[in-house]
Ligand binder design. Structure first.
Ligand code: ATP
Ligand code: MG
Length: 420
């Protein structure tokens, strides 16, 4: 009887199995973020991967691309509509309200993990992707915006990728400024309606700010002369933005004003920003964020001022990879067991060296004659070879002097005990 050959299931489109240099760069980005967020005293939070659909629908706005086209929503067995998180902020805001985290305000939190959006997969754009996320909740002061931006700036510098990444900064004003600007944009674009792209004609009433960051050349033609937020800013909104830019200057964070920068979600107020590069093709935004003073109220909570950002880990990892910042082969010691009778001694030494904080590989299989060469090829800073001479275990050491001395001291008692 022959078995029916079964096809191996393929990965889901837009997901990635990350391995090798890319996985190391990914881990390096996360580790660097963990270090930097501690310097800025952001507390770690772990958030659910799914939430009730309304958490996102109410926070982000029904008319946004994310809610109207990109969410992975499904009914669970209890008939409840759930959604795989397309972003962190809404879930963190929900948690802030449901857990009474107000008592910690201003609350600085950081997290990272997978997000899900039904988008057209391409370089730097996936259906499961990963973000670093940082939020300051319950903070009305421009100092919070400055602190977050300084943290993002330091992260890029510590990753060695700050060159060629620009902080583009804008203000969307307070609720009233934003509304007045929005109305002026609708008037302005309505006069050119027929000449706009289909998408933008559609956006005109729903989400006119989005026309400003359309990439379609038919829209771009009208963006330069579109009404500017600066003409609609209240005195208060102007002062707020002035304080943010002065704070950035004081912190030594370079920025560029980008008056047509808007963000895709409804909840943004005042500060809006993106860190962008031209080194990643069309997917050039590596970090995006801003103030979301209106969000808590849309979730039924009290007015709570907050600001945050999210960074695409895959995009940062690509920049890190290009900059050659990752040395995967940082191996301290390679042990070559050249005689199988020395295998137990090898295991003891391997355990001892690793416990002492060294990274160690051991080569104890395959042809014994080839093991030393394999160890030599591993690029380790030191090689320990183990042999049997006169029924006794003998070791050979070579490599950088300081390390070899340290290893000699660590393994001497083990070899003596073996030979007793
Ligand atoms: P974009 O304009 O590239 O679609 P966005 O405005 O939708 O980005 P945000 O929601 O602000 O993105 O998310 C913050 C960051 O997360 C982005 O700057 C990007 O680095 C990353 N990101 C967003 N969507 C994806 C995706 N589908 N795949 C990979 N990374 C993503
Ligand atoms: Mg998007």
């Amino acid at each position: 009887m022959s078995k029916t050959p079964s096809k191996t299931p393929q990965a889901i489109r837009g997901t990635q199995d990350i391995f090798g240099a890319e996985a190391e760069a990914f881990a390096h980005v996360v580790e660097t973020f963990e270090r930097v967020r501690r310097l800025y005293r952001f507390r770690r939070v772990e958030m659910p991967v799914f939430e009730r659909t309304e958490v996102f629908a109410r926070s982000l706005g029904e008319t946004t691309d994310v809610v109207s086209k990109e969410m992975y929503s499904f009914e669970d067995r209890g008939g409840e509509s759930l959604t795989l998180r397309p972003e962190f902020t809404a879930g963190i805001a929900r948690a802030y309200l449901t857990n009474g985290w107000r008592q910690y305000a201003p609350l600085k939190v950081a997290t990272h993990g997978p997000l899900f959006r039904y988008e057209r997969p391409q370089k730097g754009r996936y259906r499961q992707f990963h973000q670093l996320d940082a939020e300051v909740i319950g903070a009305a002061e421009p100092q919070a915006d400055v602190e977050l931006l300084a943290m993002a700036d330091q992260l890029l510098k510590e990753l060695g990728i700050a060159d060629g990444v620009t902080l583009q900064l804008n203000t969307l004003g307070d609720g009233d400024s934003r509304e007045a600007w929005r109305a002026a944009l609708v008037d302005y674009f309505a006069a050119h309606r027929a000449e706009l792209s289909e998408d933008s004609q559609d956006r005109l009433e729903r989400n006119p700010l989005r026309i400003l960051d359309s990439k379609d050349p038919r829209d771009r033609a009208f963006v330069a002369d579109a009404p500017k937020i600066d003409d609609f800013l209240s005195g208060e909104a102007q002062d707020f933005f002035g304080a943010v830019t002065a704070g950035l200057d004081a912190a030594g964070v370079a920025w560029a004003r980008e008056p047509s920068l808007v963000r895709g979600l409804d909840y943004y107020r005042h500060t809006a920003f993106e860190f962008v590069t031209d080194r990643l093709g069309a997917q050039g935004t590596v970090i995006g964020g801003g103030r979301y003073d209106g969000l808590m109220e849309s979730l039924g909570g009290p007015a709570t001022r907050a600001v945050g950002w999210a960074a695409g880990i895959e995009r940062l990892a690509m920049l890190v990879g290009e900059a050659g910042q990752i040395a995967i082969d940082a191996l301290d010691v390679s042990i070559a067991v050249e005689d199988d009778r020395a295998a137990v001694a090898g295991q003891r030494i391997l355990a001892q060296l690793r416990r002492s904080g060294l990274s160690v590989d051991m080569i104890a299989s395959g042809s014994p004659k080839k093991r030393f060469d394999k160890a030599a090829k591993s690029n380790a800073r030191a090689i320990v070879s183990l042999n049997i001479d006169n029924e006794k275990v003998v070791s050979g050491l070579r490599g950088s002097t300081e390390l070899v001395e340290r290893i000699a001291e660590l393994i001497r008692p083990i070899i003596e005990a073996e030979n007793r």
